[in-house]
Design a protein around this ligand. Structure first.
Ligand SMILES: NC(=O)c1ccc[n+]([C@@H]2O[C@H](COP(=O)([O-])OP(=O)(O)OC[C@H]3O[C@@H](n4cnc5c(N)ncnc54)[C@H](O)[C@@H]3O)[C@@H](O)[C@H]2O)c1
Length: 445
């Protein structure tokens, strides 16, 4: 089938490459000409495991194309995906300006039937807005061309996006049209060979399903972070508690790790957006507001501890930081906890020596060159001349470090572990002080 995808970000590019890999004929359109030129030259603008090879292969074999020419993209296919960003606006609502701009573009250039598939995460009611945007533009053109708007939210995880798109847990399709259902079935047929993953529903339920999924996951994290704070005050170990509750199959082991807060481009903005949607219908979403508040507070935990450990005097201190991206296997720094920490440390006159396997270029792009930030090539060199080690992201490279070397290199033998990677007793046996999250001890020093 012929497909056009608007937006070559984390979602659009992966989706396009996977659809091309299934054998479809895909054209990607983006307004960012640098990204499009890079892609044509084999440079992939984001880090995502497995993505480079499928982009290269399908581009090389002519099933995947890149353009900034929207008219060409609209002409190419009946199925038009919208996969552009929906960042929060000033009051937390999802900003739909990019989505509606693409809707206008499609309506401006279309000369034949179109199925507009909304893959961006958008509030309930957006499909109606896209539909009226398209109708308005068609009306000004004096044209009446058959078109449909369908909600097909994306559930991929950054760091595992290619696999998630190839083998999705479910494919949600929000539409009332039998024709659209049949087209979507054909498009996604390669995903359904093992078993049917398609779930059809009305468009509003599909839009809400995406927010419900992300808010549920964010809730699990904030819940565990709340319990971890209690564990600290009560002298319990959150890791024992985690194992204890995970064994209950109604709870399960997935996604119940305490840590230094969630970040990324989705959870923070999606929780905020659903709170905003609730406000707009005068519903007080108390649970969601608390999920957000707990996370906000949790992102300050590392700085708080470090500051207390050094008796509030961080001026002239150097902090070694392992992990900058909001989670492992991505270079995405959006809403990363490392940013909250670094900015607080800098405000107090401390320096940061940081290492991350993939996110250093992005960090440099965000913060530029500054004297109080040094990005170094290995995790070991981050320790040189540092007063303490902090772990912000649970990259595999940090799972089993040489604790004797850490002890021998740091000026002060202390680790602040924002991801509970280590066993406190094991670390302490190496002569290092250890502060995890909810491990039965808060810094009172
Ligand atoms: N990143 C994730 O893990 C993830 C997962 C599921 C859903 N989502 C949702 O998918 C959507 C896209 O997220 P993302 O992370 O891929 O965003 P992104 O910021 O990485 O990419 C968006 C792309 O859209 C392009 N764009 C903007 N306006 C355009 C226009 N008018 N025409 C063509 N291209 C245009 C931008 O240049 C950019 O390349 C969001 O709604 C997000 O919430 C993201």
């Amino acid at each position: 089938m012929k497909v056009t995808v608007f937006g070559v970000g984390y979602v659009g590019l992966v989706q396009a490459a996977v659809l091309a890999d299934f054998g479809h004929d895909v054209v990607c359109v983006d307004v960012d000409s640098d990204k499009i030129n890079d892609l044509k030259n084999g440079i992939i603008p984001i880090y995502e495991p497995g993505l480079t090879s499928i982009v290269e292969r399908n581009y090389g074999e002519g099933r995947l194309g890149f353009t900034t020419d929207a008219a060409e993209g609209v002409r190419h296919a009946e199925i038009q995906f919208i996969a552009v960003g929906t960042p929060p606006d000033e009051d937390g609502a999802a900003d739909l300006k990019y989505v509606l701009a693409v809707a206008s573009t499609i309506a401006t250039h279309m000369t034949s039937k179109k199925i507009i598939v909304d893959k961006s995460t958008v509030p309930v009611g957006t499909a109606d807005k896209v539909l009226s945007q398209v109708s308005e533009v068609l009306a000004t053109r004096g044209e009446a061309i058959e078109h449909y708007v369908v909600s097909n939210p994306e559930f991929l995880k950054e760091g595992a996006a290619v696999n998630d798109c190839m083998r999705p847990d479910r494919i949600i399709i929000g539409t009332a049209s039998e024709y659209v259902k049949a087209q979507m079935r054909e498009l996604y047929a390669p995903c359904n060979r093992n078993h049917d993953r398609m779930i059809f529903m009305d468009v509003r339920s599909a839009e809400l399903t995406k927010y419900a999924a992300n808010c549920m996951l964010a809730t699990k994290i904030s819940f565990m972070n709340e319990i971890s704070r209690l564990a600290e005050y009560l002298g319990a170990d959150i890791e024992n508690v985690r194992r204890g509750i995970g064994s209950d199959e109604r709870i399960g082991y997935h996604f119940i790790y305490a840590g230094c807060g969630y970040g990324g481009s989705c959870f923070p903005k999606d929780v905020q957006a659903l709170v905003h949607t609730a406000n707009s219908i005068n519903y007080d979403a108390q649970l969601l507001k608390s999920v957000e508040a707990v996370n906000y507070r949790q992102k300050e935990v590392l700085f708080d501890r470090i500051s207390r450990y050094f008796a509030g005097d961080l001026s002239g201190k150097t902090i070694a930081l392992w992990g900058l991206s909001f989670k492992p296997k991505t270079d995405d720094m959006r809403e990363a906890t490392s940013r909250v920490l670094m900015e607080s440390l800098w405000e107090q006159g401390a320096k940061v020596r940081a290492y991350d396997p993939e996110a250093m270029e992005e960090t440099q792009r965000i913060y530029g060159c500054r004297e109080d930030l040094e990005l170094v090539g290995t995790k070991e060199s981050a320790l040189q001349g540092a007063d303490a080690l902090v772990i912000c992201t649970e990259w595999k490279a940090f799972w089993a470090p040489d604790f004797d070397q850490i002890k021998g290199t740091l000026r002060q033998p202390v680790i602040f572990d924002g991801r509970n990677l280590y066993d406190p007793q094991q670390v302490e046996r190496h002569g290092l002080a250890y502060y995890g999250i909810g491990r039965g001890r808060s810094v009172s020093a």
